[in-house]
Design a protein around this ligand. Structure first.
Ligand code: FRU
Length: 474
């Protein structure tokens, strides 16, 4: 008999069995979306890292595939990215029996030597649409560099993309407390071209999962640099930073003078997000919907898994009074919830929700509450200047000493719109994952909750109006 009920989300991707963390190798290729992921298939805790694999035709329904990359002894396969070498720049294309060139899908990942905590960047190639891979025989393609006379630890998560303007490959990689940039003509030989550190003395820890993403705006091309950062003692807050600025093919330069980075998500459960390659004009990302602090302890192991992805998110860069900001919107939720039952209510009247419900809230001030008959509740509060999330009474919390503390229970963010602007909030409730998108996606929060019983009602107050679409499990 399991101790806990089934906490597996219905629409958020989870591994069928085992542990999952970062999304890896995100690419759109021949009409298929590929999601590889950090995976320990043998257990529901972090361990020898593999790349799991899932595919989708619509970014909503995912089919898990055989494991793509397996560790070799002490060498774990850490996070990374995927490119399609369409022009055979690497010279590694194969020739089919009828004489056609088959260019490879090239997976870049970090080889993590677990016994010495040393990392280098490696390559694996696939000639069968990303199903199976062989390691490049001359790995690593980037050796562990030296810094201050010693081998650099925490050098990882290569994100490779084709720089259309400069006509070469670019890699951004986390190098301890900064991002390093490399370029290459052939995917095999890499030269370091620059480094970016933000310089905020108070905000330091190991960086992970950097990503450099171009956006075409009315002010020309702008680049966003994303980087996740491990929790710092005393700082439970979300740790995916981003910076807006320029990239000259060699190095990123921020354009805004700030005293701290911009933060992607103000919830507790968003980490290691990176964008898809080969999506044309669209910019799409997936993040790990968990907090590394307590990911190994969340009470989902009885259901056979730990770790889930966020919804895929469409990214755009929008000019606000405070500067250029990312807006993220969940992809496909309208279609996913189309078969659901829809009901609307003014403030003060409650509406039933099911464990997979989409909530649309509009107004300028008030609280929205999801709750069950035992008084477990998740709330989000809208003020003229802030959005606040509160999971202090949301459900199970004692599986980790930090989860139930105040810092992990209640957080606010400043709205990036003029004070008192009417808001639209989209809230997705999917069993143990809640995603909140406020002000059109300018403020977002990803939150894990483990209510002992499913929330059964939603209700709001103030001047808020509520629309609930609920999907009833067959
Ligand atoms: C981020 C991270 C990455 C690393 C991977 C290991 O969550 O620590 O930096 O590649 O997870 O699983």
């Amino acid at each position: 008999m399991s101790e806990y009920r089934n906490f597996r989300p219905r629409f958020h991707f989870t591994a069928k069995y085992g542990w999952l963390n970062d999304p890896n190798g995100l690419i759109f290729h021949n009409g298929i979306w590929h999601l590889y992921f950090q995976h320990n298939p043998a257990d529901t805790v972090w361990g020898p890292m593999h790349w799991g694999h899932a595919v989708s035709r619509d970014l909503m329904h995912w089919g898990e595939q055989p494991i793509a990359l397996r560790p070799e002894g002490d060498l774990y396969i850490f996070s990374g990215s995927m490119v399609f070498d369409a022009e055979n720049t690497s010279g590694l294309a194969k020739t089919s029996e009828d004489g056609k060139l088959i260019p490879p899908l090239a997976a870049f990942f970090t080889s993590h030597l677990v016994t010495r905590h040393l990392e280098s960047q490696s390559l694996a190639l696939s000639y069968d649409e990303g199903q199976t891979f062989t390691f490049y025989p001359d790995n690593p393609v980037i050796e562990t560099p030296f810094r201050d006379g010693v081998l650099l630890s925490d050098f990882r998560d290569p994100k490779v993309f084709w720089d259309e303007e400069r006509k070469h490959w670019v890699m951004s990689v986390a190098a301890k407390d900064r991002a390093a940039f490399y370029s290459s003509d052939d995917l095999l030989h890499w030269t370091q071209t620059g480094e970016f550190a933000h310089g905020f003395r108070e905000i330091t820890n190991v960086w992970a999962c950097t990503d450099l993403i171009p956006f075409d705006t009315e002010e020309g091309r702008k680049w966003v640099l994303l980087a996740s950062m491990e929790n710092q003692e005393g700082h439970p807050e979300p740790r995916t930073m981003y910076f807006t600025g320029s990239f000259d093919g060699k190095c990123f330069r921020p354009e805004e003078k700030r005293t701290e980075p911009l933060w992607l998500d103000f919830g507790w459960d968003n980490y290691a997000g990176v964008s898809f390659n080969d999506t044309g004009e669209r910019r799409l990302m997936i993040c790990w919907g968990m907090n590394p602090r307590y990911a190994n302890q969340v009470p989902t192991a009885d259901s056979g898994f730990r770790g889930c992805m966020t919804f895929p998110r469409e990214m755009a860069l929008r000019k606000t009074p405070a500067g250029w900001r990312l807006v993220l919107t969940p992809v496909g939720c309208r279609e996913l919830f189309a078969p659901g039952l829809r009901e609307t209510a003014e403030a003060g009247r409650r509406i039933p929700v099911s464990e997979t419900s989409l909530l649309k809230i509009s107004g300028s001030k008030g609280c929205i509450r999801l709750f069950n008959e035992d008084g477990e509740a998740f709330t989000a509060e809208l003020d003229p200047d802030t959005v606040t999330i509160d999971r202090s009474r949301a459900g199970l919390a004692d599986f980790h000493p930090d989860f139930g503390t105040e810092a992990f229970s209640k957080r606010s963010t400043k709205r990036a719109v003029p004070s008192g602007s009417p808001a639209e909030i989209t809230l997705i409730y999917d069993v143990s994952s809640i995603e909140v998108y406020a002000d059109g996606g300018l403020e977002i929060a990803t939150v894990s909750v483990f209510p002992k019983k499913p929330y059964t009602f939603a209700e709001c107050d103030g001047d808020l109006k509520l629309e609930v679409t609920r999907i009833v499990q067959e």
